[in-house]
Design a protein around this ligand. Structure first.
Ligand code: NAD
Length: 375
């Protein structure tokens, strides 16, 4: 039969790839499940809960060595990769588009790697496997809460005997899954919300949430419903037009991504320098590669000389670890169900979903999207 493992993630990652609920379902369907000791701790899932669900709690090395499929959230460390054997399958957010060395290492070991970043988002069968969507949704929600928590004023209009507070103006740049969830949450908190995206198709979704949709003279739709990267001229034009919107708002939440690329810079150093005291930027794109806001730092809050704040919030899904893990685990379960049959692995490299999801298979680097990103 097939053995599925979940490992303890790197420090700072609070999510876990399998939830007790999903473990119970897998065990019921005749999979064996191994959970590394303490793997769920930071999501408040203790070992005993996994045992109750039918998993075996084991040490790290057993969880790696005995697994047919190892499910992770982020890339596993070298200690794990070193122990992987040919024919084992790794499933997670493996950063194949930005870390070719890691992919090569897995291919060299003949480990099959399924990377959620490669999932074809628009194929309907893939929707239950869509980790990027499930985690972006969590991140957008949490970003709006973080904004409410960090901002120095009420979000909603408040009419009281001690006077009236105006509603806070919140601007969301990038209105994909995360941005839309941030808009919905900020609206529910009573803020005055507007949204902007480079894809004009986003207008209807933003407006249906009761927010105002803003546009610039630059627009761009790429492949698979994603935005494409802009030329330097388009970037400069967009930045100049966005500067005005940014200046008019109190809180700016940024979520813009282009697959396999450095996140686009939407808020320039000039806009940051001109930001007034108390203004708040929440940058969901903040990463080691840079973010949407000039000077944002992942995991840190930067205060500008004028006393504006830039929160590097690239880890928002990890900050709501139980809900994020629940959804992540459902996505994992859906992939597992898709690539196994009667106790055997069945991965079809020509399948429109699995073929794309595969970063490596039997020693080959196979995804076409991945190859094009590496050129
Ligand atoms: P993402 O995380 O890749 O990017 C976030 C947003 O940033 C996107 O809306 C993108 O257009 C925007 N963006 C990129 N460059 C920008 C720039 N220079 N300026 C402003 N905005 C910029 O996006 P996502 O949330 O993963 O969604 C990507 C697409 O996939 C969307 O069209 C979404 O509707 C679609 N989607 C479809 C399905 C489905 O059909 N099942 C599921 C999920 C997402």
């Amino acid at each position: 039969s097939i053995t599925i493992s979940a490992l303890k993630e790197a420090p700072g990652e609070n999510r876990v790839a399998l939830s007790p609920d999903v473990v119970r379902k897998l065990v019921k369907s005749d999979y064996q499940v191994l959970i590394e000791q303490g793997a769920g701790e930071r999501a408040f899932y203790q070992d005993a809960v996994y045992t109750d669900a039918g998993a075996k709690v084991v040490d790290r090395s057993a969880a790696v060595k005995q697994a047919t499929i190892i499910a992770t959230v982020g890339q596993p460390g070298d200690d794990v990769v070193d122990q992987l054997q040919a024919g084992q399958t790794l499933l997670g957010l493996l950063s194949p588009l930005t870390d070719l060395d890691f992919v090569k290492k897995l291919a060299a070991k003949k480990v099959n790697a399924l990377a959620f970043e490669l999932l074809p988002r628009t194929v309907s069968r893939a929707q239950t496997m869509d980790v990027l969507s499930s985690q972006a949704s969590v991140a957008g929600y949490k970003a709006a809460l973080l904004a409410a928590d960090r901002f120095s004023r009420y979000l909603p209009m408040m009419i009281t005997a001690a006077g009236t507070a105006k509603p806070t103006k919140v601007l969301v740049l990038g209105t994909g899954v995360a941005g839309l969830q941030a808009i919905g949450t900020a609206k529910r908190l009573g803020a005055m919300v507007s949204g902007y995206d480079i894809r004009p198709a986003s207008r209807g979704e933003v407006e249906s949430l009761g927010a105002t949709f803003l546009t610039t003279s630059v627009s761009a739709t790429g492949e698979g419903g994603y935005a494409r990267a802009l030329t330097p001229e388009e970037t400069a034009q967009q930045q100049a037009e966005l500067a005005e919107f940014i200046a008019q708002n109190d809180v700016v939440i940024t979520t813009a991504q282009v697959p396999g690329r450095r996140p686009p810079l939407l808020v320039t150093q000039k806009s940051v320098d001109e930001a007034k005291a108390g203004k708040l930027f929440i940058d969901l794109a903040a990463s080691e590669l840079g973010g949407n806001v000039a000077g944002s730092k992942p995991g840190e809050t930067v205060t500008t000389p004028n006393d504006a704040q830039i929160v590097g919030a690239g880890d928002m899904a990890s900050q709501l670890p139980a809900s994020a893990s629940d959804m992540y685990a459902k996505n994992v379960q859906s992939v597992i169900t898709d690539i196994t049959k009667d106790g055997e692995l069945v991965m079809d490299v020509d399948d429109e979903v699995v073929g794309e999801l595969l970063a490596t298979y039997q020693g080959e680097i196979i995804s076409s999207r991945e190859r094009s990103a590496m050129d």
